[in-house]
Write a protein that binds this ligand. Structure first.
Ligand SMILES: C[S@@+](CC[C@H](N)C(=O)[O-])C[C@H]1O[C@@H](n2cnc3c(N)ncnc32)[C@H](O)[C@@H]1O
Length: 412
């Protein structure tokens, strides 16, 4: 009897090698999961290791419970009804207004879902940047951050000219998990406090600050940047910056006026904005398709032209000193365009960001979800991010979109 069972099993294996191979893979992953489970806590270098991809949406620090992810995705998608299937559907006023009304939930859902993917694939700074030939990806990201430090004059102390000094304070508007904040504090020694609406980001960001011994320089607070004075007293900060964050704002005059209120008189505010360039033609359906693809894949009420950002700065009590697309000329022979990293130029260190790398992540996440290791809905998030990566590349290639429109203003 036992011999017969073994013989049958061997025959089955010969006929169905794929199923058996899949089963073996599943068994290996399940075993690894059990072995790794005890270690599934986030730490700052966790995503450096290949196996840590298993922590995506599946770690003890996450603020969502396993059964909450699917509901979160459904609610998020409901705010972008018709996206990708019906060009123009999410550009109509009703759709945009709906997202503006529910911006808090939209953004919180989005960052609960994507924070782990961003960190796994991109790093702790969730932004793009101009890149010079021979510059590594990480160097280019830090250069974009240090550029802000230099334009804002960030340093350790503010001197009163009479021999006195006090620590300089900077505000990071929409701070993510604090990647830029930590880099900029190490570079400038300025004290930086950041705001993000997402509790998970605050939790892990402050944990990373502590792990790096930067807790006296960096602090994340949970709050809504539509009302910054609710979190800090008036005239508390010397300077402020935002990196690819206020594109989420449902009303930039409210955002910028609040920032002006917590800045001292003469304080500088600079940032990098996601905007549609003048090359964008709202009558061109291909342009609209790309713009909407970027919006649905990045929790944006709607993308605007740079002039709108500058107007809002002026209406909010800032004198605008300078503004330009930091990616202008990114096709030059000595530059690597910001979207090239997503496009798929192969490099070992940047593999996870490429087409192939994202596909591998997708397969891994699908496997983990199928094995019920990752929560239900994880694969949908991976698919959403893969689709929008293509839209970002298309927007960059056509020069209709940039994520790095630099601006700087001085509080009047
Ligand atoms: C693309 S991420 C950029 C994060 C960070 N600046 C970086 O470069 O790593 C956008 C950030 O803006 C935050 N955000 C968006 N809308 C917000 C709001 N109304 N209040 C507070 N934070 C907000 C998100 O939670 C997220 O942390």
């Amino acid at each position: 009897m036992a011999q017969q069972l073994v013989n049958n099993a061997v025959k089955y294996t010969e006929k169905n090698p794929a199923i058996v191979g899949g089963g073996a893979l599943a068994t290996c992953l399940a075993t690894l999961f059990l072995v790794k489970k005890a270690e599934m806590k986030r730490n700052s270098h966790d995503y450096d290791s290949g196996m840590a991809g298993m922590n995506i949406l599946n770690n003890t620090d996450h603020t969502l419970k396993a059964d909450e992810f699917k509901t979160s995705i459904k609610d998020y998608e409901s705010m972008f009804g018709g996206a990708r299937s019906d060009i123009g559907a999410i550009t109509n006023e009703e759709s945009v207004e709906g997202r503006k009304e529910r911006y808090g939930a939209m953004i919180d859902h989005f960052y609960n879902l994507v924070t782990d993917f961003y960190e796994w694939g991109w790093g702790q700074s969730f932004h793009f940047g101009p890149r010079f030939e021979d510059e590594t990806f990480d160097e280019s990201i830090k250069r974009a951050e240090y550029y802000l430090c230099s334009r804002l004059g960030m340093q350790q102390y503010v001197f009163d000219g009479k021999g006195g000094k006090r620590p300089m304070k900077a505000l990071d508007v929409g701070c993510g998990v604090g990647g830029p904040m930590r880099n900029m504090a190490v570079f400038s020694k300025c004290q930086i406090e950041g705001i993000t609406i997402n509790e998970y980001q605050v939790k892990i960001g402050n944990k990373y600050n502590k792990e790096h011994g930067l807790q006296d320089f960096c602090l994340l607070k949970q709050g809504d940047f539509q009302n910054v004075p609710k979190v800090w007293p008036k005239e508390y900060f010397d300077v402020a910056y935002e990196i690819e964050a206020t594109c989420h704002s449902p009303n930039r005059v409210d955002t910028f006026s609040g920032i002006a209120a917590v800045l001292k008189k003469g304080g500088l505010f600079a940032g990098y904005e996601w905007i549609m360039r003048d090359e964008y033609d709202p009558k061109n359906t291909d342009h609209v398709r790309i713009k909407e693809g970027i919006e649905v894949g990045n929790a944006l009420p709607t993308l605007v032209n740079y002039r709108h950002v500058i107007e809002c700065m002026e209406k909010s009590g800032f004198e605008v000193l300078d503004h330009f697309d930091a990616n202008e000329g990114c096709d030059a022979i000595n530059e690597i365009p910001w979207y090239e990293t997503l496009n798929g130029k192969m490099s070992l260190s940047g593999f996870r960001m490429t087409h192939l790398g994202r596909w591998c992540t997708h397969v891994m996440v699908w496997t983990l979800e199928t094995l019920m290791i990752a929560p239900a809905g994880s694969t949908d998030v991976s698919a959403l991010l893969n689709a929008t990566a293509i839209d970002l590349c298309d927007g960059g290639n056509l020069k209709i979109f940039t994520p790095s429109y630099f601006f700087i203003g001085k509080k009047k």
